[in-house]
Design a protein around this ligand. Structure first.
Ligand SMILES: Cc1ncc(COP(=O)(O)O)c(C=O)c1O
Length: 405
């Protein structure tokens, strides 16, 4: 049987065996509660402290500016809700963008239901926010801006450093959060270069374990804890820390930064081949996301195919041994086109035909060639069945041996 080809690294990545090895002692020998004072707790505490220092060093911040959480979504929710409620006496306005991950978007919308004023910045056809619109949106009352560093569906890298400068010039009290969940590993993320006050990460996007994340919070940023009942994380997030997973996240991050050049060179080469070859081999295909490759994640290639549904392509690819994603959300049985693609101005029909291919460090050019070999046939077969395919009659006629008109 053919080996499976995994091209969905934006969804999650496999656990690096070196990360598992680093985690194992904390799942067996060092089981103590890191908050306790006796000897059994000491190794767990050392592991936790070491992981915090390691992650802080890589991000270029102080260890006490790192809060461990259960995932990227929790980090984003803590950032948004924590800042909004801690600052509500100063103002009640929050700014975000239309192409954020639902972790940010739904949290911001919940805050709107709770009485905060929310501005969604539009994005252009490549997924970029408009910095002039951002400047216009920020006012006296704006306590928080949340714009993602890199988009999970189309790989757009937002100009965060510039956005922070614009926001701070308009209102120096406005806190800036960036969702960097897709960026760590694919970009050399550091908080000083970006100038942000808060930054969310999640370990399973860079070969770490699932169910663990972190939030960077610059010293003196107002933040109201959202989880109560314990003094962990300096009273900012209650709950006994998941020591083994936190140690794993730190190890995975250290590897991602140490191997950054090699991983990026491989991923860019694989991504570039996809971006060049797929539209050449499959007619009526659109590349979505930035055309400037320096402004798109090195591991991300995304497309829309006219006349067919992305989900049908995924199922056919799965049968051929390839794991990919459509980038669209499946809501209560109805196939909702992606809010990112529609925010970029794509029609609903075109957005339904989306395919996201995200490569990783274990992929090879042979695997990309295999995808390029099987996908054109899949698309043609699906189009031949599609009621909207304009060449359907000709295809049917050919199949029946007739000469098309
Ligand atoms: C941009 C972005 N933000 C947040 C998240 C949520 O992260 P987690 O799965 O760790 O909760 C994801 C996950 O896909 C993401 O891509």
């Amino acid at each position: 049987m053919r080996k499976r080809v995994y091209l969905d690294h934006a969804a999650t990545t496999p656990l690096d065996p070196r990360v598992l090895e680093a985690m194992l002692p904390y799942l067996s020998d060092f089981w103590g509660n890191p908050s306790s004072l006796y000897a059994e707790a000491q190794e767990a505490r050392k592991g936790l402290d070491g992981a915090r220092r390691g992650i802080a060093d890589l991000l270029g911040c102080k260890p006490q500016e790192i809060i461990f959480t259960s995932c990227g979504s929790e980090s984003a929710a803590l950032a948004l809700r924590g800042v909004a409620y801690a600052s509500h006496r100063r103002g009640n306005h929050i700014v975000t963008s239309a192409s954020e991950h639902h972790a940010v978007l739904h949290t911001a919308e919940r805050l709107e239901q709770e009485g905060f004023r929310l501005t969604h910045l539009p994005v252009d056809s490549e997924g970029f926010i408009d910095l002039a619109e951002l400047e216009k949106a920020v006012g006296e009352e704006t306590t928080l801006v949340s714009i993602m560093l890199a988009n999970n569906e189309v790989g757009t890298i937002e100009p965060i450093a510039e956005a922070v400068r614009i926001v701070k010039a308009k209102n120096r009290h406005t806190a800036f959060h960036t969702d960097a969940v897709q960026a760590v590993g694919a970009l050399n993320v550091g908080v000083d270069g970006l100038g942000v006050d808060l930054l969310s990460i999640g370990a399973h996007k860079f070969y770490g374990p699932k169910g663990v994340g972190a939030l960077y919070v610059r010293s003196r940023t107002p933040l109201l804890p959202q989880m109560l009942g314990g003094a962990q994380e300096k009273n900012r997030r209650a709950g006994t820390e998941n020591v083994a997973h936190i140690v794993g996240m730190a190890k995975a991050m250290a590897l991602a930064y140490a191997e950054f050049e090699a991983r990026n060179a491989l991923c860019s080469a694989l991504r570039n081949r996809l971006l060049e070859e797929l539209p050449a081999r499959v007619p009526h295909t659109h590349v979505t996301g930035p055309t400037d490759r320096a402004r798109r994640l090195s591991n991300s290639a995304s497309f829309c195919f006219e006349y067919i549904e992305g989900e049908a392509i995924l199922m056919a690819l799965d049968l051929q041994g390839v794991a990919a994603s459509s980038g669209s959300a499946c809501t209560s049985g109805s196939l909702e086109p992606s809010h990112v693609l529609t925010a970029m101005g794509l029609s609903l029909d075109l957005a339904r035909g989306s395919l996201r291919l995200t490569v990783g460090k274990e992929n090879t050019m042979e695997e990309i060639d295999y995808l390029l070999e099987v996908l054109p046939g899949i698309v043609s077969r699906l189009r031949a069945l599609s009621p909207t395919w304009p060449e359907r009659e000709a295809t049917e006629a050919r199949a029946a041996g007739e000469k098309p008109l």
